[in-house]
Each structure stands twice: as C-alpha cells, then as structure tokens.
Design a protein around this ligand. Structure first.
Ligand code: HEM
Ligand code: HEM
Ligand SMILES: [Fe+2]
Length: 464
C-alpha cells in the first residue's frame, strides 16, 4: 500500500508546505545574523533591526516549522495506525490557520519589541495563550481519534506520550518568575525537556512508523526497540536536565547528576542508528526510494554526532565551566537541531508527500533532491565545525585569558566568515530541497531501448 488510505491524511501536506517555506525563511535570517559577526552593520540599520530581533526570528521560525512538521506527521500517521479518519478534519485545518496567523503576528511583533525576552521562547504571553488553545485542539483531535478507534499500539502510545509531555512543558515557560535563577530553571524545563525528552519520543514514534511502512518488517522487531528507547530517553533525558543547572544557583548535587546522566544520553540514539541499519539490511529490496533512505540514514548519523558527540563534548561540568554560553554551544545547537529534528522532518516529508500525491509505488524523481541533501548537510556540518573553532578560540580568550567580550570577538571574525560562507551553501541546499519537495514528480520512466536480436525486453523504471 503506497497511496494514502484516508482522506484526512492529506491535511498533513499543508502543514509540510508551510513548514518548508518557514524553513527557507529561517535560513535567510540566519545568514543575516552571521553577517553581523563578520562586518560592522551601520548603526541606522541596527536601530531598526537589531541582532536580538533577527536572532529571535531565526530560532522561533525553527521551532515553529519543526512543530508544524511534527503536527502534520501526526495527522498523517494517526489515521493509518488507528485505521480510521481523523475525528475532526476541519479543526485540523483551522488549527493550521490559527498557528500560521500567530506565527506571522509574533514575527512582526518582534520588530516592535513585543517579546518575552527569553531565548527560543520570545513569543509574548498573550500569543502563548493562542498557542495553548491550538495545542489543546490538536491533542483533543488526536486523542479522540485514537480513543474512538481503540486500536492502541506502541507507536501511537509513544507519539501521544511525547505530544502530551511537549504541551505540558510549554506551560512552564509561560509565567515570569521574579527570581531570575528560578526563571532560567523553568526555561530549561521547556528547552531541554523538549529536545532531549518529548521530541525524542516523537522522533522514535515517527521513525518507527516510517521504518515499518518502508520495509514492511514485522511490527515486533521495531516496537521492541521503541520500549527500550522510551525508558532510556526518559531516564537519561529527565535526569540529564542537570547539565543546565551547573551555574544558575541550583544545589551542587546537580554537577554530578547532570554530568553522569547526560553522558548516557547518546546511548539510545546509537541504538536507533543500529536498529535503522539492521531493519534496512535484512530487506535489501526495501531500500527504495533511495533518497528517503539517504535522509533516514543521515538523520540517524547526524543525530548521534550533533546531540551525542557534540553534546557530550561540553556536558561535563569541568569542561562546561569554560565553554558555557560560548560559540561551542552554538556549534552543538546547530548540528543537533539539524541532525535530529530538521532531518527527521525532511525524512518524513520525503516519505509522506509522494504517498499523499499518490505517486506510483511511493517513488519519485529523486535527482535534484540528492543535491539538496548533500549541499545542506555538508553546509551545516562545515558551519558547525567553524562555530566550534570560533568557540574554542572564544573560550581561550575570554575564559582563560580573561579578555573582554568585544576584544575577543576580533580574532573570531575570520571563523564567523567561514560560518557565513558555509551558510551560503546551506541556503543553496535548502532552496533546492524545498523546491524539490513542493514539486515532486513521478519517477522518470526510462526510455524504451530498441530490442536488438536476442536482446532484453524494454524495461520501464518505476513499475518494479
Ligand atoms: C537532539 C537533541 C539535542 C538538541 C536539539 C540540543 C540543542 C541544544 C541547544 C540549542 C542548546 C543551547 C541552548 C541555549 O543556551 O540557548 C543546547 C545546550 C546544551 N546541550 Fe544540547 N541538544 C541536544 C542534546 C544534547 C545531549 C544529548 C547532550 C549531552 C550529551 C547535550 C548537552 C548540552 C549542554 C551541556 C548544553 C549547555 C551548553 C552551555 O552550557 O552553554 N545536548 N543544546
Ligand atoms: C545559513 C545557515 C545558518 C546560519 C548562517 C546560522 C547562523 C546562526 C547564528 C549566527 C546564530 C546566533 C549565534 C549567537 O547567538 O551567537 C544562530 C543561532 C541558532 N541557529 Fe542558526 N544558522 C543557520 C542555520 C540554522 C539551522 C539549519 C538550524 C537548525 C536546524 C539553526 C539553528 C539555530 C539555533 C538552535 C540557534 C540558537 C543557538 C543557541 O542558542 O546556542 N540554524 N544561527
Ligand atoms: Fe540539555
């Protein structure tokens, strides 16, 4: 079965399309902020469009498009897993319109200084309430659909668990706590418990679903690992929050808890890499379409490198004491977000869009897509390495030699130029990918070759 079975699954397409447009916009703004580290921007421009505003746009666009991707994927996955149409398809459309309008309002509002000020969660409290309403509509829609169908399985359970956890943590980022230490403490409940808790569960469920559909392997093979991952993600993810409590006035015990547990976090990710590879290896015929698998494999590897290796590099308090809040953090932030969640979403788009469009065999003309993957991925890897060099330099100049922030920026400029140049490659890759995904065509049918005496019969690709 390759085409969508349920009409309501098609709503997912509009979530994916909007997510892709916002992704492209995020990258353009990213280039603009990187440029500010390389050259001095005229004061008149800075007054109208300061670094902080552009940075808020860059990161909030990221969070918005990733969440839209997760929601679209959920609307695609749930009907098929539950074996029924979505409970309220129209509500899903209204929800998309509301979220899009909220996003636009927030972006325009940033220009006028309408912001909560907390990084990644800048959107003002009034708009938070709209987001909460949309999230409740979303959870109700998904929950009621699953409850009516009463065909629970591990994929649905993990997904719903992750989504409820995600929504619940958002609430902790809404109030303003007068004590700044407390304020940051709860800020991490959103940021860390999202990316290293709730989102990992959503990843596990989405990846499991894709693997099942792409390979047709027995459910038990994939679901078994889902349980192991669930336990490990929650265990290491929640205790691992401690790696953010080192320097904000929390009890000293967190130095040890945070250090020890977060170091274990890469383990479940590694298991998933191995599992993906194993499931694929057993069924060589199932490794099609190739590009979808390039994405799934790329996600597994860069998820592990960006979150696991680059995360581990600065998670021990002895190291974090020097690197905290430097460009080392930014380096990890880019590779982890891209490797884990940008690639997860793009993998899912490549998996689902051909099916939504009813392309034969779920196959599509892959050519431009490979360019998109490699340009973007190599660009982000190069950019992250350049951020890392700038960060090590910054750590040495500021934290070891005690130079003031602005003095230390001068020698870092060259490496920010390298960041910028890789950013141009990323932009080329993202534009290629977005265009490719929004214009997916059926696989090109090979030209019919004349049969010579005793030659093979003409072969048409895409019909195998
Ligand atoms: C996909 C999963 C992950 C994502 C998307 C992610 C993303 C991020 C981001 C964006 C920040 C910067 C937050 C800020 O200060 O503005 C951050 C900080 C940090 N991350 Fe991760 N991360 C992930 C997993 C991990 C893992 C598994 C580890 C440890 C093994 C880790 C260790 C850290 C540490 C120690 C910091 C604080 C850096 C500092 O003190 O400045 N992260 N992460
Ligand atoms: C053209 C490509 C890009 C460029 C030039 C770029 C540049 C930047 C710059 C200069 C910052 C600010 C760092 C600071 O405050 O010192 C930043 C922040 C950030 N960007 Fe990008 N970016 C790009 C693409 C991406 C992508 C693809 C992702 C994720 C998928 C991403 C995620 C983030 C995150 C999470 C932060 C906040 C990091 C932190 O708090 O430590 N960016 N970016
Ligand atoms: Fe964390």
């Amino acid at each position: 079965m390759t085409a969508t079975v349920y009409r309501s699954q098609r709503i997912a397409y509009w979530y994916f399309a909007l997510a892709l447009v916002l992704f492209a916009l995020q990258i353009v703004v990213g280039l603009w902020i990187a440029l500010q580290y390389v050259v001095t921007i005229p004061q008149g421009v800075v007054d109208v469009f300061p670094f902080s505003t552009a940075r808020a746009m860059h990161t909030n666009l990221l969070v918005l498009w990733l969440l839209l991707g997760f929601m679209g994927a959920t609307f695609y996955l749930v009907p098929e897993e539950a074996g029924t149409e979505l409970a309220w398809p129209r509500l899903a459309v209204v929800q998309l319109v509301v979220l899009a309008a909220t996003g636009v309002t927030a972006l325009v509002g940033f220009f006028f200084g309408w912001t909560q000020g907390r990084p990644l969660l800048e959107i003002p409290t009034e708009l938070d309430f709209v987001v909460v309403a949309a999230a409740l509509a979303f959870l109700a829609n998904v929950g009621v659909t699953l409850q009516r169908a009463r065909r629970w399985n591990a994929v649905q359970g993990t997904l719903l668990g992750g989504l409820v956890f995600l929504a619940a943590m958002y609430l902790f980022g809404m109030p303003f706590y007068r004590n700044l230490a407390v304020d940051w403490y709860y800020w991490w409940w959103v940021v860390h418990l999202w990316v290293e808790g709730a989102w990992e569960l959503i990843t596990a469920a989405m990846a499991a679903f894709m693997l099942l559909k792409l390979t047709g392997v027995d459910r038990r093979v994939v679901e078994k690992w889902l349980y192991v991952e669930l336990g490990l993600f929650l265990f290491t993810g929640i205790a691992g929050t401690g790696h953010h409590y080192y320097w904000l006035g929390a009890p000293r015990a967190w130095l040890w808890i945070g250090g020890a547990f977060s170091a274990l976090e890469p383990l479940p990710i590694l298991l998933m890499v191995w599992d993906t590879w194993r499931a694929a290896k057993d069924k060589p015929g199932a490794l099609q379409p190739r590009l979808t698998w390039v994405y799934v494999g790329g996600m597994a590897i860069l998820h592990f490198v960006g979150a696991g290796l680059f995360g581990f590099a600065h998670t021990l308090p002895q190291i974090n004491y020097y690197t905290h809040g430097s460009q080392v953090t930014v380096s990890h932030g880019h590779l982890a977000f891209y490797g884990a969640y940008a690639l997860l979403n793009l993998s899912f788009f490549y998996f689902a869009i051909p099916r939504i469009k009813g392309l034969p065999g779920g196959r599509y003309d892959e050519r431009a897509g490979h360019w998109g993957f490699w340009l973007t991925s190599l660009g982000v890897v190069g950019m992250s390495l350049a951020f890392a060099v700038a960060g090590v330099l910054q750590t040495y100049l500021e934290r070891v030699r005690g130079e003031p922030f602005m003095i230390a920026q001068q020698p870092m400029r060259f490496w920010m130029l390298i960041v910028f140049l890789h950013g141009l490659v990323v932009l080329a890759g993202v534009l290629t990918t977005v265009t490719h995904l929004l214009t997916l065509r059926p696989e090109r049918v090979a030209e019919v070759v004349p049969i010579d005496a005793g030659g093979a019969a003409p072969r048409a690709a895409g019909t195998a």
